[in-house]
Design a protein around this ligand. Structure first.
Ligand SMILES: [Zn+2]
Length: 157
Protein backbone atom coordinates (compact mmCIF):
# COMPACT_ATOMS: atom_id res chain seq x y z
CA UNK A 1 0.00 0.00 0.00
CA UNK A 2 1.44 3.41 -0.91
CA UNK A 3 2.40 5.63 1.98
CA UNK A 4 0.02 8.52 2.53
CA UNK A 5 1.73 11.81 3.25
CA UNK A 6 -0.46 14.27 5.14
CA UNK A 7 0.63 17.89 5.01
CA UNK A 8 -0.44 20.45 7.56
CA UNK A 9 -0.76 24.17 6.98
CA UNK A 10 2.18 25.27 9.15
CA UNK A 11 4.85 27.41 7.53
CA UNK A 12 7.39 24.60 7.70
CA UNK A 13 8.62 23.34 4.38
CA UNK A 14 6.96 20.55 2.48
CA UNK A 15 10.20 18.59 2.76
CA UNK A 16 10.30 18.84 6.56
CA UNK A 17 6.66 17.82 6.86
CA UNK A 18 7.21 14.93 4.49
CA UNK A 19 10.17 13.67 6.47
CA UNK A 20 8.23 13.97 9.74
CA UNK A 21 5.46 11.85 8.22
CA UNK A 22 7.95 9.27 7.01
CA UNK A 23 9.52 9.02 10.47
CA UNK A 24 6.06 8.60 12.00
CA UNK A 25 5.55 5.78 9.54
CA UNK A 26 8.88 4.23 10.60
CA UNK A 27 7.69 4.41 14.19
CA UNK A 28 4.31 2.89 13.32
CA UNK A 29 5.80 0.03 11.31
CA UNK A 30 8.30 -0.82 14.03
CA UNK A 31 5.52 -0.87 16.63
CA UNK A 32 3.48 -3.25 14.51
CA UNK A 33 6.48 -5.48 14.00
CA UNK A 34 7.62 -6.03 17.58
CA UNK A 35 11.26 -6.81 18.04
CA UNK A 36 11.83 -6.61 14.33
CA UNK A 37 13.11 -3.42 12.76
CA UNK A 38 12.40 -4.40 9.16
CA UNK A 39 10.85 -1.57 7.19
CA UNK A 40 8.56 -2.03 4.22
CA UNK A 41 9.86 -1.55 0.68
CA UNK A 42 7.47 1.38 0.22
CA UNK A 43 8.83 3.18 3.25
CA UNK A 44 12.46 2.47 2.40
CA UNK A 45 11.85 3.70 -1.11
CA UNK A 46 10.22 6.91 0.14
CA UNK A 47 13.07 7.53 2.59
CA UNK A 48 15.62 6.83 -0.13
CA UNK A 49 13.99 9.34 -2.46
CA UNK A 50 14.65 12.03 0.16
CA UNK A 51 17.99 10.96 1.63
CA UNK A 52 19.59 9.00 -1.23
CA UNK A 53 22.88 7.33 -0.25
CA UNK A 54 22.75 8.78 3.27
CA UNK A 55 19.92 6.37 4.07
CA UNK A 56 22.10 3.29 3.62
CA UNK A 57 24.89 4.79 5.70
CA UNK A 58 22.43 5.84 8.41
CA UNK A 59 20.81 2.39 8.54
CA UNK A 60 24.29 0.92 8.89
CA UNK A 61 24.92 3.18 11.90
CA UNK A 62 21.56 2.11 13.37
CA UNK A 63 22.33 -1.59 12.86
CA UNK A 64 25.74 -1.21 14.49
CA UNK A 65 24.18 0.55 17.50
CA UNK A 66 26.46 3.53 16.98
CA UNK A 67 23.95 6.04 18.33
CA UNK A 68 23.93 6.91 22.05
CA UNK A 69 21.72 9.41 23.82
CA UNK A 70 23.15 11.29 26.80
CA UNK A 71 20.77 13.05 29.16
CA UNK A 72 21.53 15.04 32.32
CA UNK A 73 19.22 15.61 35.32
CA UNK A 74 18.01 18.96 33.96
CA UNK A 75 16.66 17.11 30.93
CA UNK A 76 19.26 18.54 28.55
CA UNK A 77 20.25 15.90 26.03
CA UNK A 78 22.51 15.25 23.10
CA UNK A 79 23.33 12.31 20.88
CA UNK A 80 26.73 10.98 19.95
CA UNK A 81 27.20 8.91 16.83
CA UNK A 82 30.28 6.77 16.31
CA UNK A 83 31.61 6.91 12.76
CA UNK A 84 31.12 3.68 10.83
CA UNK A 85 34.86 3.45 10.30
CA UNK A 86 37.60 4.87 12.49
CA UNK A 87 37.18 6.17 16.00
CA UNK A 88 35.63 9.57 15.33
CA UNK A 89 32.50 10.50 17.27
CA UNK A 90 30.06 13.21 16.19
CA UNK A 91 27.67 15.16 18.39
CA UNK A 92 24.09 15.67 17.23
CA UNK A 93 21.50 18.01 18.69
CA UNK A 94 17.86 17.13 18.03
CA UNK A 95 15.38 18.71 17.31
CA UNK A 96 17.55 21.65 16.31
CA UNK A 97 19.08 19.32 13.71
CA UNK A 98 22.74 20.08 14.26
CA UNK A 99 25.76 17.81 13.81
CA UNK A 100 29.40 18.76 14.12
CA UNK A 101 30.58 16.63 11.18
CA UNK A 102 32.14 18.14 8.03
CA UNK A 103 29.30 16.83 5.86
CA UNK A 104 26.74 18.78 7.88
CA UNK A 105 28.69 22.01 7.44
CA UNK A 106 29.29 21.47 3.73
CA UNK A 107 26.23 19.64 2.35
CA UNK A 108 23.54 20.85 4.75
CA UNK A 109 24.56 24.37 5.74
CA UNK A 110 26.68 25.67 2.86
CA UNK A 111 25.40 23.83 -0.21
CA UNK A 112 21.87 23.19 1.11
CA UNK A 113 21.77 19.99 -0.93
CA UNK A 114 20.84 17.72 1.99
CA UNK A 115 18.31 18.02 4.78
CA UNK A 116 20.43 16.15 7.32
CA UNK A 117 23.77 14.36 7.41
CA UNK A 118 23.79 10.59 7.89
CA UNK A 119 24.41 11.01 11.64
CA UNK A 120 21.29 13.12 12.17
CA UNK A 121 19.30 10.71 10.04
CA UNK A 122 20.62 7.78 12.09
CA UNK A 123 19.57 9.54 15.31
CA UNK A 124 16.07 10.23 13.99
CA UNK A 125 15.70 6.66 12.73
CA UNK A 126 16.89 5.27 16.09
CA UNK A 127 14.32 7.44 17.87
CA UNK A 128 11.55 6.31 15.55
CA UNK A 129 12.57 2.67 15.94
CA UNK A 130 13.07 3.10 19.70
CA UNK A 131 16.52 1.61 19.29
CA UNK A 132 18.61 4.24 21.02
CA UNK A 133 20.69 3.48 24.09
CA UNK A 134 20.25 6.17 26.73
CA UNK A 135 22.76 7.12 29.42
CA UNK A 136 22.34 9.47 32.33
CA UNK A 137 25.22 11.87 32.80
CA UNK A 138 25.84 15.10 34.72
CA UNK A 139 25.73 18.59 33.24
CA UNK A 140 29.55 18.77 33.24
CA UNK A 141 29.67 15.71 30.99
CA UNK A 142 27.27 17.32 28.51
CA UNK A 143 29.36 20.52 28.61
CA UNK A 144 32.52 18.57 27.87
CA UNK A 145 30.89 16.74 24.95
CA UNK A 146 29.74 20.06 23.50
CA UNK A 147 33.13 21.72 23.78
CA UNK A 148 35.54 18.89 23.00
CA UNK A 149 36.27 17.51 19.58
CA UNK A 150 36.91 13.93 20.43
CA UNK A 151 37.83 10.66 18.86
CA UNK A 152 36.13 8.46 21.41
CA UNK A 153 32.92 8.70 23.36
CA UNK A 154 33.28 10.32 26.74
CA UNK A 155 31.73 7.51 28.69
CA UNK A 156 32.17 3.82 28.35
CA UNK A 157 33.79 3.54 24.93
ZN1 LIG B 1 26.90 14.43 10.85
Amino acid sequence: MPIAIHMDSSPRSVLHNTVDQLLLEVSRESTLDEGNSTLSDNLLSALHSVFQQSLLHALDLVDKNHVTRFVCPSGRELFQVKASTGSKVYTCLVPSSYCNCPSFVYSVVLKEEALWCKHLLAVRLCQALERVESREVCGEDIAEMLTTDRDTLALGY
